[in-house]
Design a protein around this ligand. Structure first.
Ligand SMILES: Nc1ncnc2c1ncn2[C@@H]1O[C@H](COP(=O)(O)OP(=O)(O)OP(=O)(O)O)[C@@H](O)[C@H]1O
Ligand SMILES: [Mg+2]
Length: 217
């Protein structure tokens, strides 16, 4: 799986406030990039930009020379999971495959396989609403990997991962890297940053920007 993710001089402002300034990121197939920084430093914003779901105000982001966007090449685990709570775990995973016009049996099979890898086989038919936070995160990961994406973005929840979930998350990331995916993870977890091939450290939100935010109410 050939692949190169490049972010060059990326800047982003929202409502007149600077959120990201001159962010640079280079990653090749199989690499793991950690995005670290305090709360509010722009980790989630950077992942949205890398996913092509929001546009930078400055700079360029490309995967193999092309803009990134939604599709099977992109897997994204949102910080808030972004699951449909009134659907089952497997229905949430199947959604990621449905745009690809695969035979229904293959969709079900691949969804079951992904949920199994995340240790959720016996929860596949349960509504997301009835699952714990950690289980929901694993459903979100299953949905993100089920298409074998070239680029896997993981926005870790702010809450600390428990040991079981951390092991599952790390195994999943290692497997994705082994088959050549580029993985970018926003994390505070030292065990995960220790495995990263590079780190993008975002500075804390600037005080003048915070003042502006407070003045605006
Ligand atoms: N759509 C938006 N409009 C205005 N401000 C925004 C928007 N999205 C994010 N922000 C602001 O941008 C800053 C960065 O937010 P972001 O969620 O990217 O930080 P983060 O590093 O992911 O934080 P956390 O560790 O708490 O998840 C924050 O000050 C936030 O309030
Ligand atoms: Mg965040």
């Amino acid at each position: 799986m050939a692949g190169e993710l490049v972010a060059d001089g990326v800047g982003c402002a929202r409502r007149g406030r600077t959120i990201l300034e001159d962010v640079v990121l280079h990653a090749r197939s199989g690499e793991l990039v950690g995005v670290t920084g305090p709360s509010g430093s722009g980790k989630s914003t950077l992942l949205m930009l890398l996913a092509g779901l929001e546009r930078p105000d400055r700079g360029r982001i490309t995967l193999d020379g092309n803009p990134v966007g939604p599709g099977p090449a992109l897997g994204f685990v949102l910080q808030s999971y972004g699951l449909l709570s009134l659907l089952t775990a497997s229905e949430n995973v199947e959604i990621a495959l449905q745009a690809q016009r695969l035979p229904p049996a293959e969709v079900r099979g691949r969804s079951a396989e992904a949920l199994g890898q995340l240790g959720l086989a016996e929860h596949a038919a349960r509504l997301v609403d009835e699952l714990s936070g950690g289980q929901q995160q694993r459903v979100a990961i299953a949905r993100a990997i089920v298409t074998n994406p070239r680029l896997l973005l993981v926005d870790e929840p702010t809450a600390e991962l428990d040991r079981e979930n951390r092991t599952v998350v790390m195994t999943t990331i290692r497997n994705a890297r082994r088959r050549g995916a580029i993985v970018v993870i926003a994390t505070h977890d030292a065990a995960i940053t220790a495995e990263c091939t590079s780190i993008v450290q975002l500075p804390p939100q600037r005080q003048d920007q915070l003042d502006l935010q407070q003045a605006a109410g």
